[in-house]
Design a protein around this ligand. Sequence first.
Ligand code: SAM
Length: 138
Amino acid sequence: MEWFDVAYPEVIELRRKLYPSRDHYHLVASSVTERGWLDAVPGDRPAMVVAEGLTPYLAADEGPKLFSRLVSHLASGELVCDAYSDLGLKLVRLSPPFRATGAELHWAINDPRVLEQAVPGLRLVEETRPTSPNTLPA
Ligand SMILES: C[S@@+](CC[C@H](N)C(=O)[O-])C[C@H]1O[C@@H](n2cnc3c(N)ncnc32)[C@H](O)[C@@H]1O
């Protein structure tokens, strides 16, 4: 298996300092919204794409474009991502720890089924909300 971490160049620089280099582990210094980075990723085998904490940072029109490029490039696979609703984004923007970062949030996904319509080839397998029975403490 080959694993690719895609992040901004300054984040990749930090990762290089913190994580030992390993066989089959690739660091890709790029915005995920740039087109070139996928060229380094083999498209001929099943893939697992993990986007944790990423979607709110993307512009609302960039997110579906990115997912469409992934679906076109990869032979098959699964995408796991988290997302905030509009209300969720508003609440995060109000939180002092987040405000201290100066980061900006853009893309809210209120219903993941909208993504199925926006991205041909993407199929919703499962959605888990904070209020779903399997995410509430027992
Ligand atoms: C909440 S953190 C999630 C961290 C991530 N799960 C990890 O393991 O590094 C959000 C991350 O998304 C990155 N990010 C935001 N927009 C990006 C973009 N267009 N391209 C690449 N990384 C981006 C930020 O630099 C930050 O590292």
